[in-house]
Design a protein around this ligand. Structure first.
Ligand SMILES: Nc1ccn([C@@H]2O[C@H](COP(=O)(O)O)[C@@H](O)[C@H]2O)c(=O)n1
Ligand code: CDI
Length: 168
């Protein structure tokens, strides 16, 4: 690994939308969603990409390696645990997240009114101020009405380069 004090991570996820499932994004249950994410876990596609971005920044693989969808113990799991695990792996290596940018592509429902709540929820999980979590929403313009797709980038810094952050 290079000695630069910064690294970038990226994550991408998609889940089919089905009736009779819950839709949870960034740890926030989405009210009045007619369709929810088909998944082994709670299907939180925002937390999945945040965790994958954290892991990829340090070339630590992906969440499927740590939480295989063939393992019954992870069925219906709260995806906040996935982010907590990824964050612990990053911190153990002496790195901390600086900021995160998330994009959610979903046709319905409109998520704009929940932007601040989702940003706050993700920020709290990562120990970041709310202003360090950017959340964008896009429709698929009708091209993928039965999917939720998410992408995230994260900037990681060496803990000693991050003012006021202990990295513990
Ligand atoms: N589920 C969504 C999707 C989009 N928005 C907001 O709608 C605006 C237009 O989105 P386009 O994909 O047509 O560019 C944009 O401001 C999104 O924030 C939303 O609230 N919920
Ligand atoms: C989270 C895990 C594990 O429960 O399952 P899913 O909820 O299906 O999510 P996905 O983003 O497809 O992959 C990671 C999985 O291992």
């Amino acid at each position: 690994m290079s000695s630069w004090p910064f690294r970038v991570g990226f994550g991408e996820d998609a889940h089919r939308l089905e009736a009779g499932r819950r839709l949870v994004l960034g740890g926030v249950p989405i009210p009045h969603a007619e369709l929810g994410a088909a998944a082994h876990s709670d299907g939180d596609a925002v937390l999945h990409v945040v965790a994958d971005a954290l892991l990829s920044g340090l070339a630590l693989g992906d969440i499927g390696q740590y939480f295989p969808d063939t393992d019954a113990q992870w069925r219906g799991m709260d995806s906040r645990l996935i982010v907590q695990r990824a964050l612990a792996l990053v911190r153990e290596r002496g790195w901390v997240p600086v900021n995160v940018a998330v994009v959610v592509t979903l046709d319905r429902p409109k998520l704009g009114p929940l932007r601040a709540e989702i940003a706050r929820s993700v920020a709290a999980l990562l120990g970041l101020p709310e202003g360090d979590v950017g959340v964008s929403f896009k429709t698929s313009e009708g091209l993928a009405p039965l999917h939720v797709q998410t992408r995230a980038t994260v900037l990681l810094a060496r803990a000693e380069a991050a003012p006021g952050v202990s990295g513990e």
